[in-house]
Design a protein around this ligand. Structure first.
Ligand code: PCA
Length: 222
């Protein structure tokens, strides 16, 4: 019998005065979705995280320990980026340019005292980006998840799961068109919710089905 894999997807609540966060809007549409691809049956559980330093980690790791997922993909908004960006690396620093939803603004504080400088994701990021693009949706590998709450939970997730056979990582998604239209800087990139949801579906299927990432250039020159 094929073991049913559990995929934990998380999204964030709105932050920085926004009314909506596309990461949670997309992820919540995938709650309860199950698939049965090539010997890799899975079901998705979605959870919302608060955009708050500290509490976001407690919520994420609490769900990881309760659900014992095989795969964890945390998702957040990266306003201004044009593509679904699959993050390669989490770094051990909080450096907030804006306050979080609890008014906190840590600057140059380690996430885990005496933790390693960084962790690589354990998701097959090149295969994921390529498969999303094959569906006509812009996607790529990103070399930094920033230094705000997204990188914060990404680092804590990888630290928590180190040495365990759980694939985990982080995906940033663009603004929705209505957010981009209201942004003071024009033009600003966006993606429809349907496209974001479709891209995340492909990301989940590849994360479940691909054990060894493909070798494809996905770097950056700056
Ligand atoms: N994006 C922020 C935090 C929450 C979110 O959706 C970030 O990129 O850090």
């Amino acid at each position: 019998m094929i073991k049913m894999k559990t995929v934990l997807l998380t999204g964030f609540d709105p932050f920085d005065g926004a009314a909506i966060n596309p990461s949670w809007e997309a992820v919540r549409r995938l709650d309860g979705w199950s698939g049965d691809g090539e010997g890799a049956a899975f079901r998705v559980v979605a959870r919302e995280l608060p955009c708050v330093f500290g509490r976001s980690i407690e919520a994420l790791l609490g769900s990881v320990d309760a659900l014992r997922p095989d795969i964890v993909i945390a998702v957040g908004q990266a306003g201004g980026r044009p593509e679904i960006s699959i993050e390669r690396i989490a770094i051990n620093v909080d450096d907030a340019r804006i306050v979080d939803n609890a008014g906190q603004q840590p600057v140059d504080v380690p996430i885990v005292l005496d933790g390693p400088a960084a962790y690589f994701t354990t998701l097959p990021i090149k295969a994921m980006a390529a498969a999303i693009r094959e569906q006509g949706i812009q996607a790529g590998v990103s070399q930094t998840a920033g230094t705000f709450v997204c990188n914060h939970v990404f680092y804590a997730l990888m630290h928590h799961l180190r040495g365990l056979p759980v694939k985990a990582g982080f995906i940033h998604v663009p603004f929705l068109p209505e957010q981009a239209a209201a942004w003071p800087v024009q033009p600003t990139a966006s993606m429809t919710l349907d496209e974001i949801v479709a891209g995340l579906r492909v990301a989940v299927e590849v994360a479940v089905g691909v054990e060894l990432d493909v070798v494809l250039a996905g770097g950056a020159t700056h």
